[in-house]
Design a protein around this ligand. Structure first.
Ligand SMILES: *[C@@H]1O[C@H](CO)[C@@H](O)[C@H](O)[C@H]1NC(C)=O
Ligand SMILES: *[C@@H]1O[C@H](CO)[C@@H](O)[C@H](O)[C@H]1NC(C)=O
Ligand SMILES: CC(=O)N[C@H]1CO[C@H](CO)[C@@H](O)[C@@H]1O
Length: 404
């Protein structure tokens, strides 16, 4: 009924074996190549010693991309109270400020990724002890602002960078293939248009969007469309009606139909009105897409009702939220818990340092904090699609993982 999206994929996720990758000098890691092999480095950038080759350990993993309808959590969700942060769930995974995080959908292993300001991607396997579980790659030369594991192949991590490229990293082989490259532009965000990840919509800082088909040869887009926005910070595809995407940028947040995009003169289907400063993000609610949450520099999170798309959609709820992260911290982006329809998760300036959870009505449901192990603002957060796992990234490369 609600278009609840659950795809059951049996995968053989052959375990990371970086020792098989020949080390290369950092100078060789030039972005120009279509495909790159990368060495293992520690988060400060220094190469790690080779570890002896080991037989591939193959994990028969069970990956799901969403909960079954009967598993969707009731509201309010009390399982949030069971999620805690322990000392061993805080680690530095990348060198610099975190711009993006992603959680691998595996239900048997906890595997999280962070992308940083310098172009590093750190992958952390929490089932390995301490820093042994951290793998760092440098597939980009500028901030990695958007990442997602591929729904088609869970060993693939797609990453987008301000350097204008999207790469598809096979993390088991440390090969990062270029799937998209813009000409003289900088990209900000992407999302999968087709739910099998064959096509993508990509946002650019100059206000254009591109549609990319991974199946066509080369690394250019099928279409580049000017959508009359000064800039685009996020694009996000409707979870059910996948032709719709919401683009957020300057002060405008608009919904478009990807089927009718053309190079110029595009008109939005809907405009989400009321923002008075720049918008950091806009995301559809995960199961029905009936709501959108935005994060704006006017100190408000706004929730919109998008079950029917009229040309102007007024604010349903505005939630006061201090956005003043200042210059040195990444801006907040409120996300939805993918396991439920009505649960907004966002970093916070409040003390003790915490990650806040709101209902779409504005009521605060919960806050994640731990005075011993969470001592900083987590600007960028992500949640596991089926398990109780929340990852918060801070502005010096550290991840904090709350779980039950
Ligand atoms: C992915 O989806 C597209 C559009 O829905 C379809 O044309 C294509 O055949 C699919 N590809 C795979 C590998 O399933
Ligand atoms: C990130 O977190 C670590 C550990 O919690 C902390 O030591 C560091 O100061 C934090 N960085 C920032 C920029 O807050
Ligand atoms: C209303 C308000 O104080 N908004 C602030 C949100 O954060 C940005 C910087 O991160 C400030 O410039 C705004 O003044």
């Amino acid at each position: 009924m609600l278009g609840i999206h659950c795809l059951f994929v049996h995968v053989l996720f052959s375990y990371l074996h970086p020792s098989r990758v020949k080390p290369k000098k950092p100078e060789e890691e030039l972005v120009r190549r279509r495909s790159m092999r990368l060495q293992r480095v520690d988060p400060s950038g220094a190469p790690l010693p080779e570890i002896p080759a080991q037989p591939d350990s193959v994990i028969d993993d069970y990956v799901r991309w969403g909960r079954r309808k009967e598993e969707i959590l009731p509201i309010p969700d009390t399982s949030l109270n069971q999620m805690i942060l322990t000392e061993d769930a805080v680690t530095k995974v990348v060198k610099n400020r975190i711009y993006s995080v992603a959680v691998h959908p595996s239900e048997s292993r906890t595997l999280v990724a962070a992308g940083d300001k310098s172009g590093q991607i750190g992958l952390w396997d929490l089932n390995s002890k301490g820093e042994d579980g951290v793998y760092v790659f440098i597939p980009h030369s500028q901030p990695v602002s958007c990442m997602s594991f591929s729904p088609l192949n869970p060993a693939h991590l797609l990453s987008l960078s301000y350097d204008g490229t999207i790469r598809c990293g096979d993390v088991t082989r440390a090969i990062f293939e270029e799937v998209y490259r813009t000409k003289e532009k900088s990209s900000s965000c992407f999302d999968f248009l087709a739910d099998n990840a064959s096509t993508l919509v990509v946002g650019h800082w100059d206000g254009d969007v591109a549609v990319v088909d991974k199946r066509t040869p080369g690394t250019s887009s099928e279409l580049s469309a000017n959508i009359n926005s000064k800039t685009i910070r996020t694009v996000h595809v409707h979870p059910v009606n996948r032709q719709y995407f919401v683009a957020a940028g300057a002060m405008n947040v608009c919904i478009y139909d990807a089927r009718y995009l053309k190079p110029n003169g595009n008109k939005p289907i809907s405009t989400l009105s009321g923002h008075t400063k720049s918008v950091a993000s806009a995301y559809f609610s995960p199961i029905t897409g009936d709501k959108v949450v935005t994060t704006c520099a006017d100190d408000k999170l706004r929730v919109y009702e998008t079950s029917s798309l009229s040309s102007t959609i007024p604010v349903l709820t505005a939630i006061k939220h201090n956005n003043n992260t200042g210059r040195w911290l990444t801006r907040f982006r409120a996300i939805w818990d993918p396991k439920q329809e009505d649960c907004i998760v966002v970093g916070s300036m409040a003390r003790p340092r915490q990650i806040e959870v709101f209902q779409a009505t504005g009521e605060q449901l919960h806050s994640f904090y731990n005075v011993d192990y969470l001592g900083s603002v987590c600007s960028i957060n992500a949640m596991h699609p089926t398990k109780n796992i929340l990852v918060g990234g801070n502005s010096s490369g550290r991840l904090h993982v709350f779980k039950d």
